[in-house]
Design a protein around this ligand. Structure first.
Ligand SMILES: Nc1ncnc2c1ncn2[C@@H]1O[C@H](COP(=O)(O)OP(=O)(O)O)[C@@H](O)[C@H]1O
Ligand SMILES: [Mg+2]
Length: 348
């Protein structure tokens, strides 16, 4: 089955050029001394990401705070560029890991947002959710886990048997195992019966579809800051529908194209935000376990419950422009990196 889609995803080809902004200085008030400097953030982002993230208002605000963005030219040696205080990127792979490693050796003070090998964990839907599965958050006014899932790496003919053996409930969501930014890696399918699963192409993750009232929570993390927005998602699938339908269907693209559900008049049992203590513990744990500071979490509340949540997706450096007040949150976060460094340095 081949179905072409209208997928528009944020990650695409690598970006090679950008704008350079210069001059102006800011002051960081330390304890008892004034440290005057500017912060140079080298970035390696796709042109699409650059357009959505580096908006004029954001660049202007950053400049007023002494933060300057400089495009990294991936065709040139990194050490010939900069020096950078921060490197902002969304790349992984062995070669890039080495480039970053070498740069860090020469410039030990540079902050890498984030380490390429940590980003790599999110490029596979199994390793992406492993830390959530291992979590055991207690006393957070709620529970968080991942939907029951099965990894299919080879011959899909045994899948119907494996699914039954694992006691997985239909319908199932089939997701490509590897997330590489291509449209295909976000082509999801919904399977109403086990037998049609053998039509799908491994490697895959098969995940139980969790009814969640058609609403999804996008939890944005920027360092210590957490912001949640609500988006429309797939509607519940009733037992009746399940009994009548068979086959595998291409998922409508809901996750990034979905309209904001912030202003919608929704059932409060569905739209109520997840408890703050739960979000804080989850974010803190994942920041630490994943070794990442910039990511978002797609989370759903199991329909009919008040406090049972599932994480279904984690993305590195998501579309922050959709996060409320991202300009201030992000610039403050960048400044906090320098301030923390100043605090750590011994005074002479
Ligand atoms: N296990 C699930 N149960 C219910 N809905 C799901 C499940 N997994 C994904 N979805 C729906 O599909 C959308 C896309 O899935 P996601 O795993 O976020 O993939 P992508 O990488 O394409 O964003 C989600 O935003 C949600 O609406
Ligand atoms: Mg998603």
């Amino acid at each position: 089955m081949r179905l072409n889609g209208e997928i528009s995803r944020e990650e695409e080809e690598e970006e090679r050029k950008g704008e350079e902004v210069n001059s102006v200085r800011y002051s960081i008030g330390g304890s008892g001394f004034q440290h005057s400097q500017k912060m140079v953030v080298g970035y390696a982002l796709t042109s699409k990401k650059k357009k959505s993230f580096l908006q004029p208002k954001f660049i202007g605000l950053a400049r007023n705070k002494g933060i300057f963005f400089v495009a990294i030219d991936l065709n040139k040696s990194l050490s010939e560029q900069g020096p950078f205080d921060v490197i902002l990127h969304k790349l992984s792979g062995k070669e890039w890991c080495q480039v970053i490693e070498d740069y860090k050796q020469k410039h030990p003070d540079v902050t890498i947002l984030d380490p390429p090998d940590a980003i790599q964990l999110l490029n596979n839907r199994q390793s992406m959710l492993q830390d959530v599965a291992d979590l055991n958050l207690t006393d957070c006014h709620g529970k968080v886990g991942i939907p029951r899932q099965l990894i299919v790496t080879k011959d899909p003919s045994s899948v119907p048997y494996e699914v039954t053996k694992a006691g997985m409930k239909l319908p199932l969501v089939a997701k490509p195992l590897v997330v590489d930014g291509s449209a295909k890696s976000h082509e999801l399918f919904l399977a109403y019966d086990e037998n049609s699963l053998s039509e799908l192409e491994p490697p895959l993750v098969l995940q139980e579809f969790v009814n969640h009232g058609g609403l999804l929570f996008k939890i944005y993390i920027v360092g210590d800051t957490i912001k949640v927005v609500r988006r429309f998602s797939l509607p519940n699938i009733s037992k009746c529908e399940l009994s009548k339908v068979a086959g595998v269907f291409r998922f409508p693209r809901v996750s990034c194209a979905a309209a904001s559900a912030e202003d919608a008049d929704l059932d409060p049992r569905i739209s109520e935000y997840p408890p703050r203590p739960l979000l804080e513990s989850l974010a803190r744990e994942l920041r630490c376990r994943l070794g990442l500071r910039l990511f978002n979490i797609d989370m759903i509340r199991e329909h009919g419950t008040k406090d049972v949540f599932y994480v279904i997706d984690i993305n590195y450096f998501p579309g922050y422009a959709k996060m409320p007040d991202y300009e201030h949150v992000f610039t403050d976060f960048l400044l906090s990196l320098v301030q923390n460094k100043c605090k750590k340095k011994p005074t002479t």
